[in-house]
Write a protein that binds this ligand. Structure first.
Ligand code: HEM
Length: 179
């Protein structure tokens, strides 16, 4: 996983629960006092271990933690990539362009980065459908990022799972409707 995601997890935990909580989560995850760097890549399992330890510490389900983190990091990613974002877009247009405007750029700038291939399609003027099929099965992260992006546009969105890999479906189908 891209180091930016790991350092963002650290900022997310530290902002919500403090530095001591971050180090005890790392300890509980069996990662000692590991330091993460934006320009490096780390095994996906480290993310899962950190989320598992955070879930144990807070009593919150892992999916809820990942989704909240997605909202947090989504706002950061939006700001960092603002130069690539067409000022005429709103939430749904942004989502429809994420694959070719953002994730492809991430891949070309860093050949080790493996963001998922996102297939967004327009359903009607208020809704888009996301088809997500990454082996990482991080649909909760995607839903959180979508909420973070909507927050940046000061728009509300309703997110409905029409299919989910975590429920045994082949891929996730996530309907996003602007309120
Ligand atoms: C400015 C916008 C965005 C940027 C800069 C961005 C960038 C990234 C980066 C760097 C990663 C890590 C890849 C790796 O570790 O190899 C990632 C992963 C991911 N992104 Fe994005 N992303 C953006 C928007 C979105 C949106 C709108 C979604 C909505 C579904 C999304 C869904 C995901 C998911 C689910 C992952 C986890 C990895 C996986 O599922 O395989 N991203 N993204």
């Amino acid at each position: 996983m891209h180091g930016f995601i790991l350092t963002a997890i650290q900022r997310f935990v530290t902002a919500g629960f403090g530095t001591v909580a971050w180090f005890s989560i790392l300890e509980e995850a069996g990662l000692g006092s590991k330091e993460y760097a934006n320009h490096l890549h780390y095994p996906d399992e480290e993310v899962l271990k950190i989320v598992g330890a955070a879930s144990k510490a807070t009593g919150l389900p892992p999916g809820q933690i990942v989704e909240s983190f997605g909202t947090f990091v989504g706002k950061d990613l939006f700001e960092i990539f603002r130069p690539l974002i067409d000022p005429s877009w709103r939430t749904l247009e942004f989502l429809l362009h994420t694959e070719e405007t953002i994730h492809q750029v991430v891949r070309s700038r860093n050949t080790q980065a493996k963001p998922p291939t996102l297939v967004f399609s327009r359903v009607d003027d208020r809704s888009v459908l996301l088809e997500y099929g990454s082996a990482r099965q991080l649909c909760a992260l995607g839903k959180g990022i979508i909420r973070g992006v909507a927050d940046c546009y000061e728009e509300g969105v309703e997110i409905v799972d029409q299919a989910c890999m975590l429920q045994g479906d082949e891929e996730c189908k996530i309907l996003v409707t602007r309120k």
